[in-house]
Design a protein around this ligand. Structure first.
Ligand SMILES: [Zn+2]
Length: 509
């Protein structure tokens, strides 16, 4: 956390947090019905690979489930918000060690920055794979804590749910992964492929103190995970217009991030003798030009495959349009452009977020500045966006510069073929057999972004059922996870571990 962040009140820096699950999921919420039918059949990349899968192998016994629930409730009580004393995170680690003694004694554990890195060494010498989760949470604004049904850091188990900040994002994943490993160890399971588990401690503020350092460490050691799974999407139920079955959406890529500062300068002076345009007028014209010339939209991957996967399950006009994408692609694009949530899926977005200029009502400003935030579609680049801005603003008197160190290019789009995708699809089909699997684009940032160029494929999915009413709880009021939903976490990760091993050989890398 930077000094400037420390000085601001929690209320302010809360708004700057990188939203992860929430932003990712809302993107698909208002998908206009009728989109899915327009895709060519060969684009339907999300087919579930066929495999003989022992679905019962992953079951945890009653005591293990109780233990996992208690562990989640216990770590929710630790207020691991940004800026909290480091002891909060230490206590979470200690509680996890106590709850999962086999995992912590039989796996190699090391501390890297705010992250805990565990290695469960497999018997095959091949490349490892990796699971990520994070143990930090966003804060609860002081004046809202009293509105919670149960105090936000109580970890209370009531009304069939575990209550508190972090239950949905993302402590349940961390506990689910460890509970799965603990249970497999109790059964004497030995993995074929080495599994790495990274539990971050600062994801919500960028992950530079945790996940980024783990990624750097792996790079330094020459370790390139075959694939990595982090948060990002979930099993979305009832939120996508026209699609009846729940959708297990897997993020294949993350958008990039760029903030530019536009600055107009002018001669100051008295407002009684103004020139035709002040610095503010000049800047305002630039801002209007930018908003009127958004970057072009395109139906690129992973949106294209996502729509193709949804098409067969979408009813109405939208379903028809999506099933004939070869014909209706312009219409589909037009429909998607119509709503901010879906438009963000198909273009680099432009958001003018701050403006400043002027010191007194009768003084001509010498400068005026606007801040514009862009979220880059995979395939676009920061250089390309800057070029676009210069061309559209078309005014040499406007200086354009990068305003933040947080800039990053969009990630690559991961494959819908190969070990990671196949194992993931298999585990989803086992635990959520009614769900349609669809690729998606993650709009918010996750820790996974730091593994670009380190892990060969990166997927973003948590095994959590999210109903429309759950979305405001992520980073919001009354965050809680139903027990039945939480119980599926360890089952999913256990299935996934076994699916990876089934699909790996003892010798091949
Ligand atoms: Zn998160």
């Amino acid at each position: 956390m930077s000094p400037s962040q420390r000085e601001t009140r929690p209320r302010d820096w809360w708004r700057r947090l990188t939203p992860c699950a929430a932003a990712a999921v809302t993107a698909f919420l208002l998908l206009p019905a009728g989109l899915a039918s327009a895709l060519p059949p060969r684009a339907q990349a999300a087919a579930i690979p066929q495999s003989a899968q022992p679905a019962d192998a992953a079951a945890l016994n009653e005591q293990e489930i109780e233990n996992a629930r208690a562990a989640l409730a216990g770590i929710v009580q630790e207020e691991t918000v940004a800026g909290a004393p480091p002891e909060a995170l230490e206590r979470v680690h200690e509680k996890l060690r106590r709850a999962f003694p086999r995992a912590f004694s039989q796996l190699r554990a090391e501390r890297i920055g705010t992250s805990l890195l565990l290695e469960w060494t497999g018997r095959s010498p091949g490349a490892p794979w990796m699971l990520l989760a994070h143990l930090d949470v966003v804060p609860v604004e002081n004046d809202t804590a009293q509105n919670w049904a149960h105090p936000p850091f109580s970890g209370k188990i009531a009304a069939g749910a575990i209550w508190g900040r972090g239950t949905l994002d993302d402590k349940a994943s961390a506990v689910g992964i460890l509970a799965a490993i603990e249970s497999l160890l109790a059964d004497g399971y030995v993995p074929r492929r080495t599994l790495l588990v990274g539990l971050g401690g600062d994801e919500e503020t960028g992950g530079t103190g945790g996940a980024a350092q783990v990624a750097a460490t792996l790079r330094q050691r020459g370790i390139a995970p075959e694939f990595l799974l982090d948060e990002g999407y979930a099993v979305i139920d009832g939120s996508i217009v026209g699609v009846k079955p729940p959708v297990a959406m897997i993020g294949l890529a993350e958008k990039g991030y760029l903030t530019l500062r536009l600055q107009a300068r002018a001669e100051g002076g008295h407002s009684s003798m103004p020139p035709p345009h002040s610095a503010i007028g000049r800047l305002a014209r630039a801002v209007v030009r930018l908003e009127e010339a958004p970057l072009p939209s395109r139906l690129a991957e992973p949106m294209r495959s996502g729509l193709a996967a949804l098409a067969p399950h979408m009813s109405g006009v939208q379903g028809l349009a999506l099933r004939a994408m070869w014909l209706t692609s312009p219409l589909v694009r037009h429909l998607l452009e119509g709503k901010p949530a879906t438009a963000a899926q198909i273009r680099t977005t432009t958001a003018v977020t701050m403006i400043a200029g002027g010191v007194a009502e009768n003084v001509l400003p010498e400068e005026a500045t606007a801040t514009v935030n862009f979220r880059l579609l995979p395939g676009d680049t920061a250089d390309g966006v800057i070029h676009h801005v210069r061309r559209v603003v078309d005014d040499d008197a406007i200086e354009i510069e990068i305003a933040t160190a947080a800039s990053r290019e969009p990630t690559r789009v991961s494959s819908t073929e190969g070990l990671g995708w196949d194992a993931l699809s298999q585990a989803i089909a086992t635990v959520f057999p009614e769900a349609v699997i669809a690729p998606g684009l993650t709009l918010g940032g996750t820790d996974a972004k730091h593994f670009e160029g380190v892990a060969r494929q990166v997927y973003r999915f948590v095994p959590m059922r999210l109903a429309p009413g759950d979305l405001p709880r992520v980073h919001g009021l009354d965050e809680r996870i139903p027990l039945a939903s939480f119980d599926e976490f360890p089952a999913f990760y256990s299935n996934l571990i076994q699916a990876v091993d089934e699909r790996s050989s003892d010798a091949a890398p």
